[in-house]
Write a protein that binds this ligand. Structure first.
Ligand code: NCD
Length: 301
Protein backbone atom coordinates (compact mmCIF):
# COMPACT_ATOMS: atom_id res chain seq x y z
CA UNK A 1 0.00 0.00 0.00
CA UNK A 2 1.43 3.37 -1.04
CA UNK A 3 0.25 6.97 -0.93
CA UNK A 4 0.52 9.28 -3.91
CA UNK A 5 0.51 12.76 -2.39
CA UNK A 6 3.14 14.40 -4.59
CA UNK A 7 4.89 13.46 -7.82
CA UNK A 8 7.95 13.24 -5.60
CA UNK A 9 6.46 10.17 -3.88
CA UNK A 10 7.07 8.08 -7.00
CA UNK A 11 10.53 6.96 -8.04
CA UNK A 12 11.63 7.50 -11.62
CA UNK A 13 11.34 3.76 -12.27
CA UNK A 14 7.83 3.63 -10.80
CA UNK A 15 6.80 6.69 -12.82
CA UNK A 16 7.87 4.97 -16.02
CA UNK A 17 6.17 1.79 -14.77
CA UNK A 18 2.89 3.68 -14.28
CA UNK A 19 3.10 5.29 -17.73
CA UNK A 20 3.89 1.95 -19.39
CA UNK A 21 1.10 0.16 -17.57
CA UNK A 22 -1.33 2.91 -18.57
CA UNK A 23 -0.31 2.33 -22.18
CA UNK A 24 -0.96 -1.41 -21.78
CA UNK A 25 -4.38 -0.65 -20.34
CA UNK A 26 -5.37 1.88 -23.01
CA UNK A 27 -7.26 -0.81 -24.99
CA UNK A 28 -9.58 -1.32 -21.99
CA UNK A 29 -10.32 2.38 -22.05
CA UNK A 30 -10.83 2.53 -25.81
CA UNK A 31 -12.44 -0.77 -26.75
CA UNK A 32 -15.70 -1.68 -25.07
CA UNK A 33 -15.27 -5.41 -25.80
CA UNK A 34 -12.08 -5.62 -23.69
CA UNK A 35 -13.37 -3.48 -20.92
CA UNK A 36 -13.20 -4.90 -17.41
CA UNK A 37 -9.97 -6.18 -15.91
CA UNK A 38 -10.02 -8.19 -12.67
CA UNK A 39 -7.06 -6.51 -10.94
CA UNK A 40 -8.94 -4.66 -8.18
CA UNK A 41 -11.83 -7.08 -7.67
CA UNK A 42 -13.03 -7.00 -4.06
CA UNK A 43 -11.31 -3.66 -3.42
CA UNK A 44 -13.10 -0.45 -2.48
CA UNK A 45 -12.11 2.95 -3.83
CA UNK A 46 -13.67 6.03 -2.21
CA UNK A 47 -13.61 9.31 -4.11
CA UNK A 48 -13.69 12.06 -1.49
CA UNK A 49 -14.16 15.34 -3.32
CA UNK A 50 -14.47 18.60 -1.40
CA UNK A 51 -13.99 20.68 -4.55
CA UNK A 52 -15.72 20.72 -7.91
CA UNK A 53 -14.45 18.32 -10.52
CA UNK A 54 -15.58 16.89 -13.84
CA UNK A 55 -12.64 15.05 -15.41
CA UNK A 56 -10.71 13.98 -12.33
CA UNK A 57 -13.58 12.51 -10.34
CA UNK A 58 -15.20 10.81 -13.32
CA UNK A 59 -11.96 9.33 -14.56
CA UNK A 60 -11.06 7.93 -11.13
CA UNK A 61 -14.52 6.38 -11.02
CA UNK A 62 -14.22 4.84 -14.49
CA UNK A 63 -10.64 3.73 -13.75
CA UNK A 64 -11.73 1.91 -10.58
CA UNK A 65 -14.67 0.30 -12.34
CA UNK A 66 -12.54 -0.84 -15.30
CA UNK A 67 -10.36 -2.67 -12.76
CA UNK A 68 -13.49 -4.24 -11.15
CA UNK A 69 -13.21 -2.27 -7.89
CA UNK A 70 -16.27 -1.06 -5.99
CA UNK A 71 -16.23 2.72 -6.30
CA UNK A 72 -18.04 5.06 -3.93
CA UNK A 73 -18.28 8.79 -4.59
CA UNK A 74 -18.51 11.23 -1.71
CA UNK A 75 -18.66 14.94 -2.31
CA UNK A 76 -19.31 17.92 -0.13
CA UNK A 77 -19.99 20.58 -2.70
CA UNK A 78 -20.94 23.82 -1.07
CA UNK A 79 -19.64 22.74 2.31
CA UNK A 80 -17.33 25.08 4.18
CA UNK A 81 -15.30 22.22 5.58
CA UNK A 82 -11.63 23.07 5.64
CA UNK A 83 -8.85 21.12 7.28
CA UNK A 84 -9.80 20.26 10.83
CA UNK A 85 -12.48 18.33 12.62
CA UNK A 86 -14.76 17.91 9.61
CA UNK A 87 -12.09 16.24 7.56
CA UNK A 88 -10.90 14.18 10.53
CA UNK A 89 -14.38 12.81 11.18
CA UNK A 90 -14.84 11.96 7.53
CA UNK A 91 -11.48 10.22 7.42
CA UNK A 92 -12.35 8.15 10.49
CA UNK A 93 -15.69 7.21 8.96
CA UNK A 94 -14.04 6.08 5.76
CA UNK A 95 -11.49 4.11 7.74
CA UNK A 96 -14.24 2.31 9.63
CA UNK A 97 -15.69 1.26 6.27
CA UNK A 98 -12.37 -0.34 5.26
CA UNK A 99 -11.64 1.49 2.04
CA UNK A 100 -8.55 0.29 0.17
CA UNK A 101 -7.90 3.58 -1.63
CA UNK A 102 -9.17 7.05 -0.80
CA UNK A 103 -8.89 9.62 -3.57
CA UNK A 104 -8.95 13.10 -2.04
CA UNK A 105 -9.57 16.52 -3.56
CA UNK A 106 -9.64 19.48 -1.20
CA UNK A 107 -9.07 23.23 -1.30
CA UNK A 108 -6.48 23.10 1.50
CA UNK A 109 -2.86 22.39 0.58
CA UNK A 110 -1.81 19.33 2.57
CA UNK A 111 -5.35 17.92 2.96
CA UNK A 112 -4.49 14.61 1.25
CA UNK A 113 -1.40 14.18 3.43
CA UNK A 114 -3.55 14.90 6.48
CA UNK A 115 -6.07 12.21 5.50
CA UNK A 116 -3.18 9.81 4.79
CA UNK A 117 -2.07 10.12 8.42
CA UNK A 118 -5.56 9.25 9.69
CA UNK A 119 -6.60 6.25 7.58
CA UNK A 120 -5.29 2.77 6.89
CA UNK A 121 -6.13 3.06 3.19
CA UNK A 122 -3.76 4.23 0.46
CA UNK A 123 -4.43 7.89 -0.28
CA UNK A 124 -4.20 9.44 -3.74
CA UNK A 125 -4.08 13.22 -3.99
CA UNK A 126 -6.53 14.43 -6.65
CA UNK A 127 -5.59 18.07 -6.10
CA UNK A 128 -4.92 19.79 -2.75
CA UNK A 129 -5.27 23.55 -2.85
CA UNK A 130 -2.29 25.24 -4.46
CA UNK A 131 0.01 22.33 -3.70
CA UNK A 132 -0.08 19.40 -6.12
CA UNK A 133 -2.12 17.37 -8.57
CA UNK A 134 0.16 14.40 -9.22
CA UNK A 135 -2.17 12.29 -11.39
CA UNK A 136 -2.68 15.30 -13.70
CA UNK A 137 1.09 15.56 -14.17
CA UNK A 138 1.27 11.83 -14.89
CA UNK A 139 -1.48 11.97 -17.50
CA UNK A 140 0.15 15.04 -19.03
CA UNK A 141 3.50 13.22 -19.21
CA UNK A 142 1.69 10.26 -20.80
CA UNK A 143 0.12 12.55 -23.40
CA UNK A 144 3.39 14.33 -24.19
CA UNK A 145 5.19 11.01 -24.53
CA UNK A 146 2.47 9.73 -26.86
CA UNK A 147 2.61 12.85 -29.06
CA UNK A 148 6.35 13.64 -28.98
CA UNK A 149 7.83 10.19 -28.30
CA UNK A 150 9.87 11.42 -25.31
CA UNK A 151 10.09 13.95 -22.48
CA UNK A 152 13.84 14.48 -22.36
CA UNK A 153 15.03 17.65 -24.09
CA UNK A 154 11.56 19.00 -24.83
CA UNK A 155 10.68 22.63 -24.23
CA UNK A 156 7.40 22.89 -22.31
CA UNK A 157 5.79 26.29 -21.88
CA UNK A 158 3.21 26.43 -19.06
CA UNK A 159 1.22 29.63 -19.30
CA UNK A 160 -1.42 31.43 -17.28
CA UNK A 161 -2.23 31.51 -13.58
CA UNK A 162 0.87 29.60 -12.53
CA UNK A 163 0.79 31.04 -9.00
CA UNK A 164 -2.47 29.29 -8.06
CA UNK A 165 -1.90 26.16 -10.12
CA UNK A 166 -1.22 22.80 -8.52
CA UNK A 167 -1.13 21.46 -12.10
CA UNK A 168 1.84 23.71 -12.94
CA UNK A 169 3.72 22.67 -9.79
CA UNK A 170 3.28 18.95 -10.28
CA UNK A 171 4.08 19.22 -13.99
CA UNK A 172 7.22 21.26 -13.39
CA UNK A 173 8.51 18.76 -10.82
CA UNK A 174 7.80 15.74 -13.00
CA UNK A 175 8.94 17.17 -16.33
CA UNK A 176 12.17 18.53 -14.88
CA UNK A 177 12.93 15.10 -13.43
CA UNK A 178 12.65 13.66 -16.95
CA UNK A 179 14.92 16.23 -18.53
CA UNK A 180 12.43 18.65 -20.08
CA UNK A 181 13.02 22.41 -20.07
CA UNK A 182 10.07 24.05 -18.33
CA UNK A 183 9.09 27.69 -18.86
CA UNK A 184 6.42 29.54 -16.90
CA UNK A 185 4.70 32.42 -18.69
CA UNK A 186 2.56 34.66 -16.51
CA UNK A 187 2.12 38.25 -15.42
CA UNK A 188 4.51 39.06 -12.60
CA UNK A 189 1.60 38.99 -10.12
CA UNK A 190 0.75 35.39 -11.07
CA UNK A 191 4.25 33.94 -10.87
CA UNK A 192 5.25 31.76 -7.94
CA UNK A 193 8.15 32.84 -5.76
CA UNK A 194 9.80 29.42 -5.94
CA UNK A 195 10.23 28.91 -9.69
CA UNK A 196 14.03 28.80 -9.27
CA UNK A 197 13.69 25.97 -6.76
CA UNK A 198 11.54 24.16 -9.31
CA UNK A 199 14.25 24.66 -11.93
CA UNK A 200 11.91 26.62 -14.17
CA UNK A 201 12.59 29.76 -16.23
CA UNK A 202 9.94 32.49 -15.90
CA UNK A 203 8.75 34.88 -18.59
CA UNK A 204 6.39 37.80 -18.41
CA UNK A 205 6.04 38.12 -22.19
CA UNK A 206 4.10 35.09 -23.38
CA UNK A 207 5.65 35.43 -26.87
CA UNK A 208 9.17 34.99 -25.49
CA UNK A 209 8.20 31.80 -23.65
CA UNK A 210 6.53 30.39 -26.76
CA UNK A 211 9.63 30.74 -28.91
CA UNK A 212 10.66 27.22 -29.93
CA UNK A 213 8.30 25.41 -27.52
CA UNK A 214 7.43 21.76 -28.24
CA UNK A 215 4.47 21.82 -25.87
CA UNK A 216 2.23 24.70 -24.80
CA UNK A 217 0.19 24.00 -21.69
CA UNK A 218 -2.47 26.58 -20.92
CA UNK A 219 -3.91 27.15 -17.45
CA UNK A 220 -7.22 28.53 -16.29
CA UNK A 221 -7.28 31.66 -14.16
CA UNK A 222 -8.21 30.21 -10.74
CA UNK A 223 -10.89 32.81 -9.99
CA UNK A 224 -11.96 30.90 -6.88
CA UNK A 225 -8.47 31.27 -5.39
CA UNK A 226 -7.84 34.92 -6.30
CA UNK A 227 -7.94 37.22 -3.33
CA UNK A 228 -7.58 40.75 -4.58
CA UNK A 229 -6.66 42.02 -8.04
CA UNK A 230 -3.91 40.24 -9.96
CA UNK A 231 -4.51 41.99 -13.29
CA UNK A 232 -6.50 45.03 -14.41
CA UNK A 233 -9.28 43.08 -16.14
CA UNK A 234 -9.93 39.73 -17.78
CA UNK A 235 -9.77 41.52 -21.14
CA UNK A 236 -6.30 42.86 -20.42
CA UNK A 237 -5.18 39.47 -19.17
CA UNK A 238 -6.53 37.77 -22.24
CA UNK A 239 -4.90 40.24 -24.60
CA UNK A 240 -1.49 39.29 -23.21
CA UNK A 241 -1.93 35.60 -22.32
CA UNK A 242 -4.58 34.05 -24.55
CA UNK A 243 -3.20 31.31 -26.82
CA UNK A 244 -4.33 32.45 -30.25
CA UNK A 245 -3.55 30.85 -33.61
CA UNK A 246 -1.14 33.72 -34.30
CA UNK A 247 0.76 33.19 -31.04
CA UNK A 248 0.89 29.43 -31.53
CA UNK A 249 2.94 30.04 -34.70
CA UNK A 250 5.80 31.21 -32.44
CA UNK A 251 6.13 27.70 -31.01
CA UNK A 252 7.84 24.87 -32.92
CA UNK A 253 6.01 23.66 -36.01
CA UNK A 254 3.80 20.79 -34.88
CA UNK A 255 3.82 21.94 -31.24
CA UNK A 256 1.28 20.25 -28.98
CA UNK A 257 -1.38 22.32 -27.19
CA UNK A 258 -2.58 21.10 -23.81
CA UNK A 259 -5.01 22.24 -21.13
CA UNK A 260 -6.02 20.34 -17.98
CA UNK A 261 -9.55 21.70 -18.23
CA UNK A 262 -11.93 23.21 -17.52
CA UNK A 263 -11.15 25.66 -20.34
CA UNK A 264 -12.34 29.22 -20.37
CA UNK A 265 -12.64 29.64 -24.10
CA UNK A 266 -11.70 33.08 -25.28
CA UNK A 267 -9.90 33.88 -22.02
CA UNK A 268 -6.75 31.72 -21.97
CA UNK A 269 -7.33 29.80 -25.20
CA UNK A 270 -8.94 30.70 -28.50
CA UNK A 271 -11.66 28.21 -29.52
CA UNK A 272 -9.94 27.62 -32.89
CA UNK A 273 -6.80 26.51 -31.03
CA UNK A 274 -8.66 24.44 -28.44
CA UNK A 275 -10.41 22.50 -31.21
CA UNK A 276 -7.58 22.66 -33.76
CA UNK A 277 -5.21 19.94 -34.97
CA UNK A 278 -2.51 20.85 -32.41
CA UNK A 279 -4.86 20.32 -29.49
CA UNK A 280 -4.30 17.25 -27.29
CA UNK A 281 -6.98 18.26 -24.79
CA UNK A 282 -9.20 15.22 -25.35
CA UNK A 283 -6.16 12.92 -25.51
CA UNK A 284 -5.37 14.16 -22.01
CA UNK A 285 -8.85 13.20 -20.84
CA UNK A 286 -8.57 9.73 -22.36
CA UNK A 287 -5.08 9.25 -20.92
CA UNK A 288 -6.46 10.27 -17.54
CA UNK A 289 -8.53 7.10 -17.28
CA UNK A 290 -5.66 4.74 -18.16
CA UNK A 291 -3.16 6.59 -15.96
CA UNK A 292 -5.54 6.57 -12.98
CA UNK A 293 -6.05 2.82 -13.46
CA UNK A 294 -2.29 2.39 -13.24
CA UNK A 295 -2.09 4.70 -10.19
CA UNK A 296 -4.83 2.83 -8.31
CA UNK A 297 -3.05 -0.48 -9.00
CA UNK A 298 0.29 1.02 -7.91
CA UNK A 299 -1.23 2.43 -4.69
CA UNK A 300 -2.73 -0.93 -3.73
CA UNK A 301 0.56 -2.64 -4.59
C1 NCD B 1 -7.39 21.33 -12.65
C2 NCD B 1 -7.50 21.31 -11.14
O1 NCD B 1 -8.56 21.03 -10.58
O2 NCD B 1 -6.49 21.57 -10.53
N1 NCD B 1 -8.40 20.62 -13.28
C3 NCD B 1 -8.28 19.27 -13.45
O3 NCD B 1 -8.09 18.53 -12.52
N2 NCD B 1 -8.36 18.79 -14.69
C4 NCD B 1 -7.19 22.69 -13.21
C5 NCD B 1 -8.23 23.74 -12.98
O4 NCD B 1 -9.16 23.59 -12.20
O5 NCD B 1 -8.08 24.79 -13.58
Amino acid sequence: MRHLLSVEDISTADTIGILDRALDWMPSVREPAKRKLPDLRGRTVINLFYEASTRTRTSFEIAGKLLSADVVNMSSSGSSVSKGEGLLDTAKTIDAMRADVVVVRHSASGAAAYVARKVRAAVVNAGDGLHEHPTQALLDAFTIRARCGRLDGLVVCIAGDVLHSRVARSNALLLRKFGAEVRFAAPRTLQPANSEVLGVTTFTRFEDALDGADVVMMLRVQQERLEGAFFPSIRDYSRAYCLTSARLKLAKPGAVVMHPGPMNRGVEIEPAVADGPASAVLDQVEAGVAVRMAVLAWAIG
